[in-house]
Write a protein that binds this ligand. Structure first.
Ligand SMILES: [Zn+2]
Length: 417
Protein backbone atom coordinates (compact mmCIF):
# COMPACT_ATOMS: atom_id res chain seq x y z
CA UNK A 1 0.00 0.00 0.00
CA UNK A 2 1.35 3.39 -0.98
CA UNK A 3 1.27 5.23 2.32
CA UNK A 4 0.22 8.80 2.86
CA UNK A 5 2.21 10.83 5.36
CA UNK A 6 0.82 12.01 8.69
CA UNK A 7 -0.12 15.41 7.32
CA UNK A 8 -1.28 15.92 3.79
CA UNK A 9 -2.97 18.74 1.95
CA UNK A 10 -5.07 18.30 -1.14
CA UNK A 11 -4.61 21.15 -3.55
CA UNK A 12 -6.79 21.72 -6.54
CA UNK A 13 -5.59 23.66 -9.49
CA UNK A 14 -8.44 24.02 -11.93
CA UNK A 15 -6.32 25.41 -14.78
CA UNK A 16 -3.03 23.69 -14.07
CA UNK A 17 -0.80 26.76 -13.80
CA UNK A 18 -0.09 26.95 -10.08
CA UNK A 19 1.54 23.63 -9.27
CA UNK A 20 4.86 25.28 -8.40
CA UNK A 21 3.30 28.02 -6.26
CA UNK A 22 1.33 25.36 -4.38
CA UNK A 23 4.37 23.17 -3.91
CA UNK A 24 6.31 26.18 -2.58
CA UNK A 25 3.90 26.33 0.36
CA UNK A 26 4.75 22.72 1.20
CA UNK A 27 8.47 23.44 0.88
CA UNK A 28 8.16 26.53 3.05
CA UNK A 29 6.35 24.51 5.75
CA UNK A 30 9.13 21.93 5.52
CA UNK A 31 11.65 24.65 6.36
CA UNK A 32 9.65 25.23 9.54
CA UNK A 33 9.91 21.55 10.41
CA UNK A 34 6.41 20.58 9.28
CA UNK A 35 6.30 17.80 6.78
CA UNK A 36 3.22 17.85 4.58
CA UNK A 37 2.57 15.50 1.69
CA UNK A 38 1.22 17.40 -1.29
CA UNK A 39 -1.73 15.85 -3.11
CA UNK A 40 -3.00 17.37 -6.32
CA UNK A 41 -6.71 16.71 -6.61
CA UNK A 42 -9.25 17.29 -9.32
CA UNK A 43 -12.69 15.77 -9.58
CA UNK A 44 -14.38 14.31 -12.58
CA UNK A 45 -16.89 17.14 -12.42
CA UNK A 46 -14.12 19.73 -12.69
CA UNK A 47 -12.42 17.92 -15.54
CA UNK A 48 -15.72 17.85 -17.39
CA UNK A 49 -16.49 21.51 -16.82
CA UNK A 50 -13.03 22.66 -17.85
CA UNK A 51 -12.33 20.08 -20.53
CA UNK A 52 -9.12 18.67 -19.04
CA UNK A 53 -7.99 15.08 -18.58
CA UNK A 54 -6.67 13.42 -15.41
CA UNK A 55 -3.33 12.98 -17.17
CA UNK A 56 -2.95 16.78 -17.17
CA UNK A 57 -2.86 16.83 -13.37
CA UNK A 58 -0.21 14.11 -13.34
CA UNK A 59 1.91 16.10 -15.79
CA UNK A 60 1.56 19.21 -13.67
CA UNK A 61 2.49 17.44 -10.42
CA UNK A 62 5.47 15.69 -12.02
CA UNK A 63 6.71 18.91 -13.58
CA UNK A 64 6.33 21.02 -10.42
CA UNK A 65 8.10 18.51 -8.20
CA UNK A 66 10.87 17.92 -10.74
CA UNK A 67 11.46 21.64 -11.21
CA UNK A 68 11.72 22.16 -7.45
CA UNK A 69 13.85 19.08 -6.88
CA UNK A 70 11.19 17.86 -4.45
CA UNK A 71 12.22 14.33 -3.53
CA UNK A 72 9.49 13.41 -1.04
CA UNK A 73 6.26 11.55 -1.85
CA UNK A 74 3.40 13.33 -3.58
CA UNK A 75 0.10 12.11 -4.97
CA UNK A 76 -2.44 12.76 -7.70
CA UNK A 77 -5.97 12.31 -6.40
CA UNK A 78 -8.89 11.14 -8.53
CA UNK A 79 -11.26 13.18 -6.44
CA UNK A 80 -14.89 12.16 -5.94
CA UNK A 81 -14.93 9.23 -8.33
CA UNK A 82 -17.26 6.24 -8.31
CA UNK A 83 -17.76 3.08 -10.37
CA UNK A 84 -19.07 5.05 -13.32
CA UNK A 85 -16.34 7.67 -13.46
CA UNK A 86 -13.14 6.00 -12.24
CA UNK A 87 -11.93 4.57 -15.56
CA UNK A 88 -10.19 7.56 -17.04
CA UNK A 89 -8.29 8.19 -13.79
CA UNK A 90 -6.73 4.76 -13.55
CA UNK A 91 -3.57 5.56 -15.50
CA UNK A 92 -2.55 8.81 -13.94
CA UNK A 93 -3.79 8.77 -10.34
CA UNK A 94 -2.25 7.12 -7.31
CA UNK A 95 -4.84 8.40 -4.83
CA UNK A 96 -8.51 7.61 -5.26
CA UNK A 97 -11.34 9.32 -3.42
CA UNK A 98 -14.21 6.90 -3.69
CA UNK A 99 -17.33 9.00 -3.31
CA UNK A 100 -20.24 7.00 -1.98
CA UNK A 101 -22.63 9.93 -1.50
CA UNK A 102 -24.91 8.96 -4.37
CA UNK A 103 -25.29 5.43 -2.95
CA UNK A 104 -26.21 6.47 0.57
CA UNK A 105 -29.84 5.75 1.40
CA UNK A 106 -30.14 2.97 -1.18
CA UNK A 107 -30.85 -0.32 0.51
CA UNK A 108 -28.59 -3.35 0.28
CA UNK A 109 -30.10 -6.84 -0.05
CA UNK A 110 -31.98 -8.20 2.97
CA UNK A 111 -29.47 -10.99 3.47
CA UNK A 112 -26.54 -8.60 3.37
CA UNK A 113 -28.22 -6.35 5.92
CA UNK A 114 -29.05 -9.29 8.17
CA UNK A 115 -25.49 -10.55 8.04
CA UNK A 116 -24.03 -7.16 8.88
CA UNK A 117 -26.44 -6.56 11.74
CA UNK A 118 -25.78 -9.93 13.31
CA UNK A 119 -22.04 -9.22 13.29
CA UNK A 120 -22.57 -5.71 14.66
CA UNK A 121 -25.06 -6.52 17.39
CA UNK A 122 -22.37 -7.02 19.98
CA UNK A 123 -21.78 -3.27 19.88
CA UNK A 124 -25.32 -2.42 20.98
CA UNK A 125 -25.80 -0.92 24.41
CA UNK A 126 -23.08 1.40 25.67
CA UNK A 127 -20.21 1.74 23.24
CA UNK A 128 -17.12 2.45 25.26
CA UNK A 129 -14.55 4.07 23.06
CA UNK A 130 -11.32 5.07 24.80
CA UNK A 131 -10.69 8.80 24.82
CA UNK A 132 -14.22 9.78 23.90
CA UNK A 133 -15.78 12.39 26.15
CA UNK A 134 -19.40 11.22 26.12
CA UNK A 135 -19.92 7.49 25.87
CA UNK A 136 -22.07 6.53 22.91
CA UNK A 137 -25.19 4.46 23.27
CA UNK A 138 -26.38 2.25 20.47
CA UNK A 139 -29.82 0.68 20.16
CA UNK A 140 -30.23 -2.44 18.10
CA UNK A 141 -32.78 -0.69 15.93
CA UNK A 142 -30.17 1.97 15.22
CA UNK A 143 -27.76 -0.62 13.83
CA UNK A 144 -30.45 -1.80 11.45
CA UNK A 145 -31.16 1.79 10.38
CA UNK A 146 -27.48 2.45 9.78
CA UNK A 147 -27.13 -0.75 7.78
CA UNK A 148 -30.15 0.16 5.67
CA UNK A 149 -28.74 3.60 5.02
CA UNK A 150 -25.02 2.88 4.47
CA UNK A 151 -24.34 -0.78 3.73
CA UNK A 152 -25.12 -0.52 0.02
CA UNK A 153 -22.74 2.44 -0.23
CA UNK A 154 -19.98 0.48 1.51
CA UNK A 155 -20.48 -2.48 -0.83
CA UNK A 156 -20.21 -0.11 -3.80
CA UNK A 157 -17.05 1.39 -2.32
CA UNK A 158 -15.66 -2.15 -2.13
CA UNK A 159 -16.52 -2.82 -5.77
CA UNK A 160 -14.89 0.44 -6.80
CA UNK A 161 -11.80 -0.28 -4.72
CA UNK A 162 -11.38 -3.71 -6.25
CA UNK A 163 -11.78 -2.31 -9.74
CA UNK A 164 -8.92 0.10 -9.04
CA UNK A 165 -6.81 -2.56 -7.33
CA UNK A 166 -7.14 -4.91 -10.27
CA UNK A 167 -5.64 -2.37 -12.66
CA UNK A 168 -3.19 -0.52 -10.43
CA UNK A 169 -1.99 -3.30 -8.14
CA UNK A 170 -2.56 -3.35 -4.42
CA UNK A 171 0.51 -1.41 -3.32
CA UNK A 172 0.45 1.40 -5.79
CA UNK A 173 -2.18 3.82 -4.57
CA UNK A 174 -3.89 5.40 -1.57
CA UNK A 175 -7.61 5.08 -0.95
CA UNK A 176 -10.02 7.59 0.53
CA UNK A 177 -13.75 7.14 1.06
CA UNK A 178 -15.83 10.32 1.02
CA UNK A 179 -19.39 10.96 2.03
CA UNK A 180 -19.29 14.70 2.60
CA UNK A 181 -21.50 15.82 -0.25
CA UNK A 182 -24.79 14.85 1.37
CA UNK A 183 -27.38 16.98 3.18
CA UNK A 184 -27.12 15.33 6.63
CA UNK A 185 -23.90 14.84 8.66
CA UNK A 186 -22.90 11.41 9.92
CA UNK A 187 -22.78 10.99 13.68
CA UNK A 188 -19.80 9.34 15.43
CA UNK A 189 -21.96 6.21 15.92
CA UNK A 190 -22.72 6.08 12.21
CA UNK A 191 -19.04 6.61 11.42
CA UNK A 192 -18.17 3.68 13.68
CA UNK A 193 -20.43 1.27 11.83
CA UNK A 194 -19.47 2.66 8.42
CA UNK A 195 -15.84 1.86 9.28
CA UNK A 196 -16.91 -1.63 10.25
CA UNK A 197 -18.51 -1.98 6.83
CA UNK A 198 -15.39 -0.73 5.06
CA UNK A 199 -13.32 -3.18 7.11
CA UNK A 200 -15.58 -6.02 6.04
CA UNK A 201 -15.15 -4.92 2.44
CA UNK A 202 -11.39 -5.07 3.10
CA UNK A 203 -10.80 -1.58 1.75
CA UNK A 204 -7.40 -0.32 2.97
CA UNK A 205 -8.84 3.12 3.52
CA UNK A 206 -6.24 5.70 4.57
CA UNK A 207 -8.49 8.74 4.72
CA UNK A 208 -12.18 9.05 5.45
CA UNK A 209 -14.18 12.17 4.72
CA UNK A 210 -17.37 12.34 6.74
CA UNK A 211 -19.78 15.23 6.60
CA UNK A 212 -19.47 17.27 9.78
CA UNK A 213 -22.10 19.46 11.41
CA UNK A 214 -22.20 23.07 10.32
CA UNK A 215 -21.75 24.37 6.80
CA UNK A 216 -18.57 23.81 4.80
CA UNK A 217 -19.26 26.27 2.05
CA UNK A 218 -16.68 26.52 -0.71
CA UNK A 219 -13.98 29.11 -0.21
CA UNK A 220 -15.42 30.77 2.88
CA UNK A 221 -15.19 30.25 6.61
CA UNK A 222 -16.96 27.56 8.60
CA UNK A 223 -20.56 28.36 9.45
CA UNK A 224 -21.56 26.89 12.80
CA UNK A 225 -20.34 26.63 16.36
CA UNK A 226 -16.58 25.85 16.29
CA UNK A 227 -16.74 24.41 19.83
CA UNK A 228 -19.41 21.98 18.72
CA UNK A 229 -17.32 21.08 15.70
CA UNK A 230 -14.34 20.47 17.97
CA UNK A 231 -16.33 18.04 20.11
CA UNK A 232 -17.62 16.16 17.08
CA UNK A 233 -14.19 16.11 15.46
CA UNK A 234 -12.57 14.69 18.57
CA UNK A 235 -15.28 12.02 18.91
CA UNK A 236 -14.81 11.03 15.27
CA UNK A 237 -11.07 10.89 15.80
CA UNK A 238 -11.46 8.52 18.76
CA UNK A 239 -13.94 6.41 16.80
CA UNK A 240 -11.39 6.07 13.99
CA UNK A 241 -8.64 5.16 16.42
CA UNK A 242 -10.79 2.43 17.97
CA UNK A 243 -12.13 1.19 14.64
CA UNK A 244 -8.63 0.77 13.22
CA UNK A 245 -7.83 -1.82 15.87
CA UNK A 246 -11.27 -3.34 16.03
CA UNK A 247 -11.86 -3.75 12.30
CA UNK A 248 -8.34 -4.26 10.98
CA UNK A 249 -8.13 -1.02 9.03
CA UNK A 250 -4.77 0.59 8.12
CA UNK A 251 -3.17 2.09 11.21
CA UNK A 252 -2.54 5.38 9.44
CA UNK A 253 -6.27 5.89 8.69
CA UNK A 254 -6.98 9.55 9.25
CA UNK A 255 -9.64 12.16 8.81
CA UNK A 256 -10.04 14.00 5.56
CA UNK A 257 -11.65 17.41 5.72
CA UNK A 258 -13.30 18.33 2.46
CA UNK A 259 -14.22 21.81 1.29
CA UNK A 260 -11.34 22.51 3.63
CA UNK A 261 -10.15 25.83 2.28
CA UNK A 262 -10.71 28.96 4.34
CA UNK A 263 -12.17 27.20 7.40
CA UNK A 264 -10.21 29.55 9.62
CA UNK A 265 -12.52 29.23 12.64
CA UNK A 266 -11.87 25.51 12.98
CA UNK A 267 -8.22 25.21 11.93
CA UNK A 268 -6.91 25.82 15.45
CA UNK A 269 -9.13 22.96 16.71
CA UNK A 270 -8.09 20.60 13.92
CA UNK A 271 -4.47 21.44 14.68
CA UNK A 272 -4.67 21.15 18.45
CA UNK A 273 -6.96 18.09 18.70
CA UNK A 274 -4.92 16.01 16.25
CA UNK A 275 -1.75 17.08 18.02
CA UNK A 276 -3.19 16.12 21.41
CA UNK A 277 -3.90 12.59 20.18
CA UNK A 278 -0.83 12.35 17.93
CA UNK A 279 -2.93 11.94 14.79
CA UNK A 280 -2.61 13.32 11.31
CA UNK A 281 -5.16 14.77 8.91
CA UNK A 282 -5.78 15.41 5.26
CA UNK A 283 -7.14 18.81 4.38
CA UNK A 284 -8.66 19.00 0.94
CA UNK A 285 -8.81 22.33 -0.79
CA UNK A 286 -9.55 22.99 -4.42
CA UNK A 287 -11.08 26.15 -5.80
CA UNK A 288 -9.22 28.53 -3.53
CA UNK A 289 -6.32 28.54 -6.01
CA UNK A 290 -8.57 29.60 -8.86
CA UNK A 291 -9.92 32.40 -6.64
CA UNK A 292 -6.37 33.60 -6.06
CA UNK A 293 -5.78 33.66 -9.79
CA UNK A 294 -8.79 35.93 -10.17
CA UNK A 295 -7.56 38.13 -7.32
CA UNK A 296 -4.08 38.32 -8.82
CA UNK A 297 -5.48 39.26 -12.22
CA UNK A 298 -7.68 41.94 -10.65
CA UNK A 299 -4.65 43.41 -8.93
CA UNK A 300 -2.72 43.35 -12.16
CA UNK A 301 -5.22 45.83 -13.64
CA UNK A 302 -5.66 46.62 -17.33
CA UNK A 303 -6.85 43.79 -19.55
CA UNK A 304 -6.55 41.30 -16.70
CA UNK A 305 -8.95 43.30 -14.55
CA UNK A 306 -11.36 43.69 -17.47
CA UNK A 307 -11.29 39.93 -17.96
CA UNK A 308 -12.18 39.06 -14.37
CA UNK A 309 -14.93 41.68 -14.37
CA UNK A 310 -16.39 40.00 -17.45
CA UNK A 311 -16.14 36.62 -15.73
CA UNK A 312 -18.09 38.05 -12.82
CA UNK A 313 -20.73 39.69 -15.05
CA UNK A 314 -21.31 36.49 -17.02
CA UNK A 315 -21.50 34.46 -13.82
CA UNK A 316 -24.21 36.80 -12.50
CA UNK A 317 -26.31 35.83 -15.50
CA UNK A 318 -25.85 32.13 -14.76
CA UNK A 319 -26.00 31.97 -10.98
CA UNK A 320 -28.40 29.04 -10.85
CA UNK A 321 -26.66 26.95 -13.48
CA UNK A 322 -23.23 27.47 -11.89
CA UNK A 323 -24.41 26.75 -8.36
CA UNK A 324 -26.49 23.64 -9.12
CA UNK A 325 -23.64 21.07 -8.95
CA UNK A 326 -22.50 22.52 -5.61
CA UNK A 327 -25.85 22.84 -3.82
CA UNK A 328 -24.72 21.22 -0.55
CA UNK A 329 -21.49 23.19 -0.34
CA UNK A 330 -22.35 26.79 -1.17
CA UNK A 331 -24.74 29.30 0.32
CA UNK A 332 -25.04 32.52 -1.66
CA UNK A 333 -27.29 35.42 -0.72
CA UNK A 334 -28.05 36.71 -4.19
CA UNK A 335 -29.30 40.05 -2.90
CA UNK A 336 -25.81 40.75 -1.54
CA UNK A 337 -24.05 40.27 -4.87
CA UNK A 338 -22.86 43.57 -6.36
CA UNK A 339 -24.39 44.35 -9.76
CA UNK A 340 -22.21 44.31 -12.86
CA UNK A 341 -22.82 48.06 -13.17
CA UNK A 342 -21.37 48.60 -9.71
CA UNK A 343 -18.38 46.35 -10.37
CA UNK A 344 -17.66 48.11 -13.68
CA UNK A 345 -16.68 51.18 -11.63
CA UNK A 346 -14.27 49.29 -9.36
CA UNK A 347 -10.50 49.45 -9.55
CA UNK A 348 -8.36 46.34 -9.18
CA UNK A 349 -7.76 46.89 -5.51
CA UNK A 350 -11.47 47.09 -4.72
CA UNK A 351 -12.20 43.98 -6.80
CA UNK A 352 -9.39 42.04 -5.13
CA UNK A 353 -10.30 43.05 -1.59
CA UNK A 354 -13.95 42.12 -2.19
CA UNK A 355 -12.83 38.61 -3.07
CA UNK A 356 -9.87 38.01 -0.80
CA UNK A 357 -10.82 36.15 2.35
CA UNK A 358 -9.20 38.23 5.03
CA UNK A 359 -11.54 38.30 8.02
CA UNK A 360 -12.39 41.78 9.26
CA UNK A 361 -11.78 43.61 5.96
CA UNK A 362 -15.01 45.55 5.29
CA UNK A 363 -14.79 45.12 1.49
CA UNK A 364 -14.79 41.32 1.71
CA UNK A 365 -17.95 39.83 0.21
CA UNK A 366 -18.34 36.09 0.90
CA UNK A 367 -21.30 35.86 -1.49
CA UNK A 368 -19.26 37.17 -4.36
CA UNK A 369 -16.37 34.90 -3.39
CA UNK A 370 -18.57 31.81 -3.43
CA UNK A 371 -20.05 32.75 -6.79
CA UNK A 372 -16.61 33.25 -8.35
CA UNK A 373 -15.55 29.97 -6.73
CA UNK A 374 -18.03 28.06 -8.87
CA UNK A 375 -17.70 30.35 -11.91
CA UNK A 376 -14.49 28.89 -13.31
CA UNK A 377 -16.51 27.65 -16.25
CA UNK A 378 -16.75 31.27 -17.39
CA UNK A 379 -12.97 31.38 -17.72
CA UNK A 380 -12.81 27.87 -19.17
CA UNK A 381 -14.82 28.95 -22.22
CA UNK A 382 -12.17 31.61 -22.91
CA UNK A 383 -9.19 29.47 -22.02
CA UNK A 384 -6.58 30.84 -24.47
CA UNK A 385 -7.23 34.38 -23.41
CA UNK A 386 -7.22 33.36 -19.75
CA UNK A 387 -3.91 31.50 -20.00
CA UNK A 388 -2.25 34.46 -21.75
CA UNK A 389 -3.32 36.73 -18.92
CA UNK A 390 -2.11 34.26 -16.28
CA UNK A 391 1.25 34.05 -18.00
CA UNK A 392 1.58 37.80 -18.54
CA UNK A 393 0.86 38.44 -14.85
CA UNK A 394 2.50 35.36 -13.44
CA UNK A 395 4.45 37.01 -10.66
CA UNK A 396 1.47 38.75 -9.07
CA UNK A 397 -0.76 35.70 -9.46
CA UNK A 398 1.66 33.14 -8.04
CA UNK A 399 2.37 35.42 -5.10
CA UNK A 400 -1.38 35.48 -4.32
CA UNK A 401 -1.59 31.68 -4.59
CA UNK A 402 1.38 31.17 -2.31
CA UNK A 403 0.31 33.72 0.29
CA UNK A 404 -3.17 32.26 0.49
CA UNK A 405 -2.07 28.67 0.85
CA UNK A 406 0.84 29.34 3.16
CA UNK A 407 -0.16 32.31 5.32
CA UNK A 408 -3.87 31.78 5.59
CA UNK A 409 -3.99 27.99 5.55
CA UNK A 410 -0.76 26.27 6.56
CA UNK A 411 0.26 28.83 9.22
CA UNK A 412 -3.14 28.70 10.88
CA UNK A 413 -3.36 24.91 10.79
CA UNK A 414 0.08 24.35 12.24
CA UNK A 415 0.20 27.42 14.42
CA UNK A 416 3.25 28.85 12.63
CA UNK A 417 3.86 32.41 13.80
ZN1 LIG B 1 -15.57 16.71 -1.17
Amino acid sequence: MKKLGKYSIGMGDRFGHQGSAQLNTIIEAGKKGIEITPVWNKSNREHNIIGTEPGDVRKEADAATKKAGFDKPYFVDADHINLDTVDRFLDSSDFFTIDVASYIGKKAGDDEIKKFVSGAEKYSGVLNIPGIKKSLSVAKRQIIDIAEKYLFAAIKAGETYRKIEKIKGKDNFATEVSMDEVPVPQTPVELFFILKMLGEEKIPVQTIAPKFSGRFNKGVDYVGDPEKFAEEFESDLMVIDFAVKEFGLPDNLKMSIHSGSDKFAIYPYIGSITKKHNKGFHLKTAGTTWLEEVIGLAESGGKALEFVKEVYTSSLEKVEELCAPYADVIDINISKLPSSKEVAEWNGKKFASSLRNVPGIPDFNPNMRQLIHVAYKMAAVRMDEYFKLLEANEKTVTQCVFENMYNRHVCRLFDIK
